[in-house]
Structures are given as C-alpha cells and as structure tokens.
Ligand binder design. Structure first.
Ligand code: IMO
Ligand code: MG
Length: 423
C-alpha cells in the first residue's frame, strides 16, 4: 500500500510549498489540502503563467492529479468557485480532478466581518488576512459551524438564517457592519448548486486511493510557527498546519505518512505581527524583499524579511518529522556578496540552540550568525548539485550538517523547471 508524502512550511508561511507539491505532482496521482483556507496563497509559475492558488491543491496544475480538499479546510465557496473558473480558463480539467470534503466547514460573510471586528478590538493585533479563518474555526469547535454537507439538507436555509441573525446581533452590538441575510441565503444556495458535483466523502476516497497504491501528496498551508499549538501564539493562524493537522484534516493515519518535506527559503519572511528573531528592519531586509518579490499573494502586504533561522528550523523538523528539506530561493540569496544564517540565539548573555515559542524568550533572543559567501551568478540553469558554485554548495552542506536532514530539493528560480533534485 502506498504512503502519502507531506509538504509543510517550516517557518511563518510563504516558503514555496506550492512549488514542492507541483514538483511532486509529476509523480502523484492525488494531491490533498488538509488545513487552513483562502488565507493561503501559493504561487506557481508554469510556462510563464503565474498561478495564485488559495484553496485547490497546486497539484491540479499537472492536469492529471486528483485534487482533494480535505475535511480540515475552512472553505469559502465564492473564492473556490473563482479559482475553479480561473483554472478552467487555463484549460485545467477541473471537473475530472477536483473533490471536496463533505465535512469541510464553510466560511460565510459574517465570518469575515467577525474577523475584522475581533482584530479591531484586539489590543495586540495579529494582522490576520481578514478572510474569516479564525471565526470559522471558532464555530467549528463551538459546534455551530455549517459544513459542506449541510448545504444540501432540507433545513439549510433555516439553519443559515438563524446563524446570520446570531452573528448580526454580535456585529451590531460592536458597531460593525451587519450582513444582508437574504443576499447570503440566495448566494450560498447558488454556490452549493455549483459545487455539488465535486462534493464527496473524501476520507473514504483517500483510503481507497491508498489501497489502490496511488501516490499521494498532502500540501500543507501556513506553517509550523503559525500553528495554533506550536507557533508563536497568539500571533498564529487558527489551525494546526503541522503534521497532526495533516492527519485530522484528511482522515489519514500516522501509518499512512511516508516522506515529510519541510519547505524553507534560503532567507526568511513573515507577514502579520509577532516575534521574528532574524528580522532585518533595514536596507538589507528591504533588498531581500525586492529581490525575492516578498509581497503577499493574497493581501499584497509587504512581507517582513530577514536571514534564515536554523534554530527554529530544527524545531520544525522535530515537530513534523521532516526527513527532506526543500530549500527555495537559492537564486535570490546568491545575489548578495555575503549573507548570513542564524545558528544560535543569545538570551540574557547565554547562547542556546534550543527553540521556544515563549514570547518573552523570542523577543529577547538575539541571533548569532554565521556568514556565507554569495555571488552565485545565474544558477537558474543548474540541474544538479555539482553544477552549483562552491559557495552555494557550502551553504547547503552547512544546513544539512546543522539539521541532520537531507536537502533534497533546491529552488534556483521562479519557473517550474528551476529545481535541483538530489537522489
Ligand atoms: P501560506 O499557505 C503567511 C498569517 C497572517 C496572520 C496570521 C493569522 O501562503 O504560507 P489568519 O488570516 O490565518 O487568521 O491570520 O497568520 N498567515 C500567513 N502568513 N502565509 C500564509 O499562508 C498565511 N496564512 C496566514 O498573516 O499573521
Ligand atoms: Mg502564501
């Protein structure tokens, strides 16, 4: 029986997870999303076309891989339908390849309004994407959420109207804009009809695929340090984008998991608020942002940028059981004459390589850096590790020695084929 490969972000998101999935989708017959919603923004360049994927696993771009949206996802139907339309315009055969879990929770406009309301009230802002992710997961765990399958029940309109009224009361009390009940009901009946052909019991389906020995890739969204349990709480997202969330978000068992790919960039970035030990709030950080085009796929926000943080990488490897690293943006870091990576923190005068998400610890930690030679030249044509300049090889070797984890995939440019694969 086949085992599923998992692709996870090791830092604060936007590491290039979509590219890893897109690469593995050459071999994969199934690609799955397990957690998060349209707060994710995965950019993949295929033949000069830039695809910004938010809900559908990037694997669908291979035009032969089955794309499955798992039960752990919070699903905004309007965004999903927009994505389906966009893919169809690029001749992707969505109708043959998309499946949506009947158990995924649905995002409604009141979740987005609540997201804005909660953020306005917060003393310490999180900087959410305002896509209603937190409020939708709150409803799920509070047990008042509406799932995809509920949209096809006879009492759907009644349940939805009740839910809108409850939320409108809360919004009105906070002086926030309320939702148009009739408009939502009409829109969601339409969305439900459009999505119906794709809806199925994905738990049974995924296990059937595994029994049929189909190679499966699970595309993580968000990242380890945005995890509700293992991230820099409260500056996190409202789900478990780590390995546990992959299981609960799909129905796969621990025994069904094979390789775990941890995705990082040769530098680092973060969107939104919260601690960030290796952040560079200077012209070097600005230069990384410019060279790496570090602006949000979804919100277009400029990302905070800094050097790679190997201390937190080790933590991410431990939490997720990462056995392969995918190192992206080697072409970007190679444009610096010299660059750095953080291999320890100095906390109250003491050097440590142990990571903690304790806010005080992270805010007081000073990065201890090792400097590397840059000037890699144009490496976009390199297809083997040996073709890389020595300086680039040195950086990869250091990461491997430090983490004890194999760097299997190396991104050398934005295009799909700019990827070194090491056997
Ligand atoms: P991908 O999958 C980067 C961040 C937001 C905010 C916090 C909470 O593209 O890597 P939320 O809307 O989830 O309640 O926001 O999490 N965030 C991301 N940052 N990449 C993402 O996804 C993110 N998804 C959420 O910026 O700080
Ligand atoms: Mg993104």
């Amino acid at each position: 029986m086949s085992k599923a490969s998992v692709v996870l972000g090791c830092f604060y998101g936007d590491e290039g997870k979509g590219r890893t999935t897109d690469y593995l989708a050459q071999f994969a017959e199934v690609a799955v999303r397990a957690t998060g919603g349209n707060n994710a923004g995965h950019t993949i360049n295929v033949n000069g076309v830039k695809f910004a994927m938010r809900l559908i696993p990037s694997g669908i771009l291979s035009n032969k891989t089955m794309a499955v949206i798992g039960n752990g996802v919070v699903l905004n139907p309007e965004v999903l339908i927009g994505e389906i339309k966009m893919l169809k315009e690029h001749d992707i055969d969505v109708d043959s390849h998309l499946k949506i879990s009947d158990k995924a929770h649905v995002i409604f406009p009141y979740h987005c309004n609540m997201d804005v309301m909660l953020e306005n009230k917060r003393a310490n802002k999180i900087g959410t994407t305002k896509n209603g992710i937190g409020p939708a997961y709150c409803d799920k765990f509070e047990r008042s959420g509406i799932r995809v399958e509920d949209m096809y029940k006879a009492n759907f309109e009644e349940v939805l109207r009740h839910q809108i009224q409850v939320k409108n009361e809360q919004l009105a009390a906070a002086g926030e804009p309320i939702c148009d009940e009739d408009a939502i009901v009409a829109d969601y009946k339409e969305y439900a009809a459009i999505l119906k052909p794709y809806v199925t019991d994905t738990v049974t389906l995924l296990h059937r695929y595994l029994k049929e020995d189909k190679y499966m890739v699970v595309e993580g969204a968000q990242a380890t340090l945005l995890d509700i349990d293992f991230g820099s709480y409260p500056y996190v997202t409202s789900s478990n984008p780590t390995i546990g969330g992959i299981l609960t978000g799909t129905g796969l068992s621990a025994r069904d998991i094979g390789d775990v790919y941890g995705v990082i960039k040769a530098y680092s970035s973060r969107v939104g608020e919260g601690p960030y030990v290796t952040e560079l709030k200077d012209e070097v950080g600005d230069r990384i942002r410019d060279l790496g085009h570090e602006y949000g796929t979804v919100t277009k926000r400029p990302r905070r940028c800094g050097w790679l943080d190997l201390v937190s990488l080790k933590y991410a490897i431990d939490i997720n059981g990462v056995n392969y690293i995918n190192l992206n943006h080697m072409d970007t870091i190679g444009q610096f004459d010299t660059f750095k990576a953080c291999y320890a923190y100095e906390v109250n005068g003491v050097e440590t390589q142990d990571f903690s998400t304790n806010e005080e610890f992270l805010n007081s930690a000073k990065p201890v850096y090792k400097e590397f030679e840059g000037n890699f030249g144009d490496i976009s044509g390199c297809r083997t590790f040996e073709e890389l300049p020595k300086a680039a090889q040195d950086y990869v070797n250091f990461i491997e020695e430090y983490t004890g984890c194999k760097v299997k995939l190396i991104g050398t440019g934005a295009e799909r084929e700019c990827m070194i694969v090491r056997e």
